[in-house]
Design a protein around this ligand. Sequence first.
Ligand SMILES: *[C@@H]1O[C@H](CO)[C@@H](O)[C@H](O)[C@H]1NC(C)=O
Ligand SMILES: *[C@@H]1O[C@H](CO)[C@@H](O)[C@H](O)[C@H]1NC(C)=O
Ligand SMILES: *[C@@H]1O[C@H](CO)[C@@H](O)[C@H](O)[C@H]1NC(C)=O
Ligand SMILES: *[C@@H]1O[C@H](CO)[C@@H](O)[C@H](O)[C@H]1NC(C)=O
Length: 394
Amino acid sequence: MNLVTVALLVLAGTVSGDFFAEVDLKQHMETFFKDRYPIEDNRPTREAAREYIKNKFSYYGLEVHEQKFNTTINTDPRGFGSNTVTVEGTNIIGIKKAITQQADAVVVVGADYDSNGLSDPLFYNGAGVAALLEVAHVYSFNTDWSGRFADNFTTIFVAFDINTKHYKGSSGHPGGYHFVKTWLWDYIGKTPSFFGGAVILDSIMNVQYENKTQTLTTGFNNLFPGTYKRVLDSGAKGNFLAMVSSSGAESKLKDQFSGNYNKDRQRQRYRLEDMVMINGGTMDPIIELIVESDSVHFWTFTDDMGEPIHLPAILLTDTASFRSNPKDGCSTCRPVDLLTEERLEFVNATVRATTRFLLDRQATLLPPKESNAVSSLPSILMTALMMCLVRLNK
Ligand SMILES: *[C@@H]1O[C@H](CO)[C@@H](O)[C@H](O)[C@H]1NC(C)=O
Ligand SMILES: *[C@@H]1O[C@H](CO)[C@@H](O)[C@H](O)[C@H]1NC(C)=O
Ligand SMILES: *[C@@H]1O[C@H](CO)[C@@H](O)[C@H](O)[C@H]1NC(C)=O
Ligand SMILES: *[C@@H]1O[C@H](CO)[C@@H](O)[C@H](O)[C@H]1NC(C)=O
């Protein structure tokens, strides 16, 4: 990007009235085409993914931490046999630091960057990581570089490693568990009051507009009757993003997120489904899918004394295996062929909503200075300078 481009982008951001919105997901996706199941054969792809995320986080001006942990997995992703090994995982954490020690201050946005060895590594969950990176990018751009917003509260972006819950026959604790239990809890001073909530992006690209592309089970009906009926009545289309929460504890977080998702609703062919889990539902694959996601480590957290403490979290998902396989009817498709405009736009909407949610909640829109181009020149130059500095710093 040259300086003129930067200047133009800043200007575009200045006039958009909302936020600087040059969302570019595609640039990140090719890093996540290949399998990242944590076995020796996949070391190169795992390291490439990890380096990429770290570099982007630091390029976006975040303070980068790595949290290493050991866990056990079955070397066969199908879960056959009993060849269990210890593997080391690395959660990558990018902090946008502001005030932490205040009620509801800290917000986490997280996504898994490994893959389960069986499902498509781009859909599960490369697209979620690409979205995470773009949210970090657009949020930082608005709070640092464009000067339109000022950060108020600390936001933490985290790419989780080794989600053993998504694996078959692997009993070790997943990266998300280690993050909440031994990193986040300390970071928020071992008090839930400083924690505002987490947004988990887990499989968010598979949108489908044909009838019967969404699987509906009895368990689905028991757990989410409202959504079940709406989806069934409209031909069982997989044309929604599920926002799953566990109980009343998430109501504020949910409202803040859905308000921002629905801002450009009229233009959309897809929608957000507010799905609150009713406790005590029967065991069903849909529940298994939800408890495999990282949101569960927030919902079921227990402190050092074993006291349960519910940390608010929402799970954003296309419902993964409950939706028709994106490769159906396209068995010879290359990964890049699956990146349709339709799918990118669906992920894009999640990026826009999450970024707006963060800007609303974690930052403050500064009063406009002068609105003509000439008077915003110093800020353009500042931005250009900062971008150069960030580049030199890499
Ligand atoms: C994981 O296990 C290996 C081998 O035992 C050890 O070298 C490494 O330090 C461990 N890592 C962590 C984070 O405990
Ligand atoms: C957020 O930051 C802005 C700019 O520094 C400040 O004016 C405002 O009072 C802060 N708001 C809160 C809620 O802390
Ligand atoms: C899709 O389902 C809806 C609602 O059940 C129905 O009205 C419509 O005719 C179906 N469309 C096709 C192409 O089958
Ligand atoms: C993503 O959203 C931004 C902002 O609305 C828009 O400029 C861009 O064209 C979108 N990209 C895709 C692939 O839909």
